[in-house]
Ligand binder design. Structure first.
Ligand code: AMP
Ligand code: MG
Length: 406
């Protein structure tokens, strides 16, 4: 079977996204990161009335030049009343303009003495007024179906008195590790034998899933046993929206995950033309999507972000937002053209248009520490080499791992 380029694999995987989950109403204060299940239009204008943008004096521009008696004092939170003809109102930021006033003069441009204010210099009619509806007009679209609720959107909704929002039920993602060599450090084992290793994929994937606002279901670790693995694929179908497995998807003698997906369900994608991350299997068992991720920790990390994350976003009902890529100058070489698109862990220095990309350390798919140091993944297209000094595209990790991208 030929290697599948990432865009083709993504197209196949996204074609198989199920219908959006059920919607539920949640309090606004618990809605962070959730995906809106319907459009929301503003029930009111913001500001609700013309108000002062400054501490100063509200008046009629036509009364200037001249000295005006200060007839009113209006603070934010107090009713404004009406401004008698030929007078000014002392006014503070956020206070509603009194009826009749058309201009605010800031206090730095006025002198108040014995209840009378004199204005220094000329005034511009309409100055320093925040007009009703200047920020939000009544019925403006504030939240679109499929948008994720950011803290700033939550602030916007709070500003029009919204108390709760309709969002899609949170997806749950089951995680199953496979491998005879694996030991879970939190399973009461303080020491391991020299032929064993600690399971890092389980911890890493559960952290990723939770950081993205999904519910992680830990199915633990299984040995490389085809029957045990095969049976684990089926019950998982009952209580999760999808299953992620790690390990056992290569072509070694103890690699059973791919075979078990194929034997018990449908295999739609196998082997990607990317490095790291080639041995990825995607399919469905008993109607539940299964991602068989590679066992190598960097490959599991990368395929989760490049393949599983877009699927999860789409299945959660979110609008797709590709992660940010920036241009940088390569400060490393790739001498031999590859047959897979390569994602190199890089550290970025400089800023703006002057970014430089240096390798973040070992690029082995077993070395997680260089991932933890990296700022981005430099993308080397299939068949390309890289010469130091050349421009290169870098996928920013901050954006790739963000809750708000897919
Ligand atoms: P596999 O995909 O099963 O061939 O595994 C590839 C490599 O990743 C082997 O060196 C495994 O020991 C290692 N590996 C597999 N699963 C994990 C895991 N959960 N945590 C850390 N390393 C793993
Ligand atoms: Mg293995």
């Amino acid at each position: 079977m030929a290697l599948t380029p990432l865009p083709d694999a993504l197209a196949t995987i996204l074609e198989r996204v199920p219908a959006a989950p059920d919607a539920e109403e949640v309090p606004l204060l618990s809605a962070h990161g959730r995906v809106a299940a319907c459009d929301l239009h503003s029930p009111m204008a913001v500001p609700a009335g013309d108000n002062s943008a400054m501490d100063g004096y509200a008046l009629r521009a036509a009364d200037i030049p001249g000295e005006l008696p200060v007839a009113l004092r209006i603070t934010a939170g107090s009713p404004p009343g009406a401004l008698p003809k030929g007078s000014a109102a002392r006014i503070f930021t956020g206070a509603l303009l009194p009826d009749g006033a058309d201009t605010v003069v800031m206090q730095e441009d006025a002198i108040e003495r014995d209840g009378t204010v004199s204005i220094l210099g000329c005034v511009t009619q309409g100055a320093h007024i925040r007009k009703r509806g200047a920020d939000i007009a009544e019925q403006d679209l504030l939240l679109a179906r499929g948008q994720r609720l950011t803290p700033q959107l939550i602030g916007v909704l709070a500003s029009v008195g919204v108390r709760s929002v309709k969002v899609y039920r949170r997806l749950s993602v089951a995680v199953l590790s496979t491998g005879d060599e694996l030991v879970d450090a939190d399973a009461g084992r303080d020491t391991i034998e020299p032929w064993q290793i600690y399971n890092s994929n389980r911890a890493q994937l559960i952290a990723q899933i939770e950081a993205l606002g999904y519910q992680a279901i830990d199915l633990g670790t299984l040995p490389d046993d085809p029957d045990l693995i095969g049976r684990a694929l089926e019950p998982a179908a009952r209580d999760a929206d999808c299953l992620l497995t790690t390990g056992g998807v290569s072509v070694g003698e103890a690699d059973y995950v791919r075979d078990q997906i194929e034997a018990r369900g449908e295999l739609a994608v196998w082997k990607l033309a990317i490095k790291p991350g080639k041995p990825l299997a995607f399919g469905a068992v008993a109607g539940m999507p299964v991602f068989g991720l590679p066992g190598n920790p960097v490959s599991a990390w990368a395929t989760f972000l490049l393949v599983v994350k877009p699927w999860l976003a789409a299945a959660q009902g979110a609008q797709l937002q590709p992660p940010k890529r920036v241009a940088a100058t390569a400060r490393f070489a790739v001498e031999r053209p590859g047959t897979r698109e390569e994602y190199l862990r890089v550290v970025l220095t400089g800023s703006g248009g002057g970014l430089e990309a240096q390798l973040a350390g070992s690029q082995s798919s077993g070395v997680l520490t260089s991932v933890s140091r990296a700022d981005g993944l430099a993308v080397v297209p299939i068949g390309s080499t890289v010469t130091p000094g050349e421009p290169i595209e870098v996928l920013l990790l901050e954006s790739l791992q963000s809750l708000y991208t897919s």
